[in-house]
Design a protein around this ligand. Structure first.
Ligand code: F6R
Length: 240
């Protein structure tokens, strides 16, 4: 793993966007694996800025997102599809037909997982962006998810529901299930970029980098990938 430690979140966001922009410059038809959550918002802002300066275009870029809440779609401001449109897709020249997320509103979620898994396997990510759960999850692959898991429906842990409730009015409003890309589909990416910021990520960062490779900490599997770039701020790096 290559590790870049930044002073703060702003610097992390600039660095993260630079790494993604570089992939786009090298291959204007790249497949980007994207993440939601608070951490990548700054990187998306900087990416939109870079696009605004005319340095990159998303015209032929394809995207595959990590996850989506069960039951939520475009009509909900809390869905990840809405998040992506608000933070990136509606601000650049990407063709929405080339953007892919699991469909949280599918009638049969298990069939939707199979469809999405096939789609991701046919869209090898040139770069996969990841945030890190405070319990070490990547995507919504919670502790003890098998490393060979494919796209699947997950019951979110209490820990994750609590972490994510800050974005909802009440904790009860947080969906209890989600569809997530599996660890195997994450690991197929040619390059992986992990962003982590703040003290509450320090333990997970430590386990990911220095801990034993174990399903107890899903992110520790990244030690087995040959091209991982970790961009973290001082606070997230404080236990390393
Ligand atoms: C989001 C995702 C999650 C988040 C993680 C960290 O698509 O898959 O794994 O990356 O929960 O979330 P934040 O960035 O909000 O701390």
């Amino acid at each position: 793993m290559k590790i870049i430690i930044t002073e703060d979140y702003d610097e992390l966001s600039i660095k993260g966007a630079e790494i993604i922009a570089e992939v786009i410059k090298n291959n204007p038809r790249a497949v980007l694996g994207l993440a939601t959550g608070s951490t990548p918002i700054g990187a998306y802002k900087n990416l939109v800025k870079t696009y605004g300066l005319g340095n990159i275009t998303f015209k032929e870029i394809e995207t595959v997102n990590l996850d989506e809440y069960a039951g939520l779609g475009e009509e909900s401001e809390h869905s990840y599809v809405s998040f992506m449109r608000e933070n990136l897709f509606d601000k650049v020249d990407i063709d929405l037909k080339n953007t892919h997320l699991p469909n949280g509103k599918a009638e049969n979620l298990n069939e939707e997982c199979e469809r999405y898994s096939r789609l991701v396997f046919s869209h090898t990510q040139d770069i996969q962006l990841l945030g890190l759960g405070s319990n070490g999850h990547i995507g919504f692959n919670e502790p003890f998810t098998p490393f060979n898991s494919l796209t699947h429906v997950v019951n979110l842990t209490e820990n994750t529901i609590k972490d994510n409730s800050r974005l909802f009015e009440k904790e009860e409003d947080v969906p209890r299930q989600a569809i997530t890309m599996g660890i195997r589909e994450i690991m197929q990416a040619k390059k992986i970029l992990v962003l982590a910021s703040g003290k509450n990520k320090a333990k997970a960062v430590y386990s990911m980098v220095k801990g034993e490779v174990s399903e107890e900490c899903p992110a520790s599997v990244l030690q087995r990938h040959s091209d991982v770039m970790l961009v973290i701020d001082r606070e997230a790096a404080s236990l390393l």
